[in-house]
Write a protein that binds this ligand. Structure first.
Ligand code: PLP
Length: 378
């Protein structure tokens, strides 16, 4: 690698162009990288405010919502989870959370840190949270303020249906909170139709933008719950009551924190690309690529772990006698392909193959299948 004169301790920055087929980030299109490299504006510059307002309007389309309070939180997906938990939960509240993988467990942890008593609905890894289990939980804990579930559990590949749960949760007078980090832009996420009250996502998964922002959206009912708080939100940075004026187009644009201006350009471009393709066409592409991959893997004797699999994240069993690290090392070293390792109880036992956004192409699927065959057969 080239070295800078006089700076022999530093190599020149020259990241490889990987084929990103892990649990995120996904491959970022050149258009998005060019947007990221556009001139930096001041974050209160009227030109930037216009770009930000457009970005929020584009986010509403991708979330399929009319929610006024829809904006990108200035940090990665976990920050969206923290924003929603810290604004909706007050110390002493009861909440219900579905736990069937890493991200459900994190949602429980984050809500507990906000002072909630969390009633967990546990399901085995790889399975979904059933409507019956949710009905039982809301009956057992009628005072719960909200129920949270992970739409796309990236640690297991399970695809959580939301419509039945939404009905049960709303009939009980609770709010529905959804983690859509690995589904937004790859699977339908119909916020208004499914009556989701608070939802967060990330930029680096099916939107194919670099990591750095967390799109969120709040319903009117969620805003009312925030308005009725008895206590201040513990987090200063994520306090929506202070961010609201900046994002909701009320005209009052005061300094809260410096918006990550260039990341917002990148997100804006990524959203335009998604809408140019058309959301339904984009979901169909993810479905087709999932089946193409699935047919190839199953033909090689590799089986899927979840019964209800996501299209965007394919969690499969590593065949007997195949060494996890060796194969992933060969994929990365010889083909520059990244796939994900198993987490927690799936470590060494599962691979997580992402087909997200710009990475979900025929070329990538066929290349991965050929590379995997070669890497396992050696
Ligand atoms: C990736 C992911 C997150 C966290 O997002 P970060 O950008 O890593 O902070 C949360 N939930 C799910 C389901 C995810 O896949």
């Amino acid at each position: 690698m080239a070295r800078l004169a006089g700076m022999s301790d530093f190599t020149q920055l020259d990241p490889a162009e990987r084929i990103l087929m892990g649990p995120g980030p996904s491959t970022v299109p050149a258009r998005v990288l060019r947007a990221l490299g556009s001139p930096t504006l001041g974050h209160l510059d009227p030109q930037y405010i216009g770009i930000m307002d457009e970005t929020c309007a584009l986010l509403r389309r991708v979330f399929e919502t009319e929610n006024a309070l829809t904006f990108p939180v200035s940090a990665t997906g976990m920050a969206g989870m923290e924003t929603i938990a810290s604004n909706l939960v007050e110390a002493g509240d009861e909440v219900i959370v579905g736990v069937n993988g890493v991200f459900g467990a994190r949602m429980k942890d984050v809500m507990e840190r906000c002072g909630a008593t969390v009633h967990a609905i546990e399901a085995p890894w790889g399975e979904i949270i059933s409507d019956d289990a949710v009905a039982e939980a809301v009956q057992a804990h009628p005072k719960a303020k909200l129920a949270g579930v992970v739409h796309a559990e990236t640690s297991t590949g399970a695809h959580q249906p939301l419509e039945g749960i939404s009905q049960i949760v709303h009939d009980a007078g609770m709010l529905l909170v959804v983690d859509a980090v690995t589904s937004l832009g790859g699977h339908p996420v119909r916020v208004d139709e499914w009556r989701i009250d608070a939802i967060y996502s990330g930029t680096q998964k099916c939107l194919s933008c670099p990591p750095g922002l967390s799109p969120v959206s709040f319903s009117e009912a969620a805003m009312e719950v925030m308005d009725r708080r008895r206590t201040k939100v513990q987090s200063w940075y994520f306090d929506v009551s202070m961010l609201r004026d900046y994002y909701s187009g009320s005209g009052k644009r005061a300094y809260h924190h410096t918006a990550p201006v260039n990341m917002v350009y990148a997100l804006r471009e990524a959203l335009v690309i998604a809408l140019e393709e058309g959301l339904e066409a984009r979901f169909e592409r993810h479905r087709q690529m999932h089946h193409r991959l699935r047919d190839g893997l199953e033909g090689m004797g590799i089986t899927y772990i979840p019964e209800q699999s996501l299209h965007t994240l394919n969690c499969v069993r590593i065949p007997e006698g195949v060494d996890d690290a060796t194969v992933r090392g060969r994929l990365l070293g010889d083909y520059s392909i990244e796939i994900g390792a198993g987490l927690g109880p799936f470590a060494g036992k599962a691979w997580r193959i992402g087909l997200m956004g710009h990475s979900a192409t025929v070329r990538n699927v066929d290349l991965l299948l050929a590379a995997l065959r070669e890497a396992m057969g050696r």
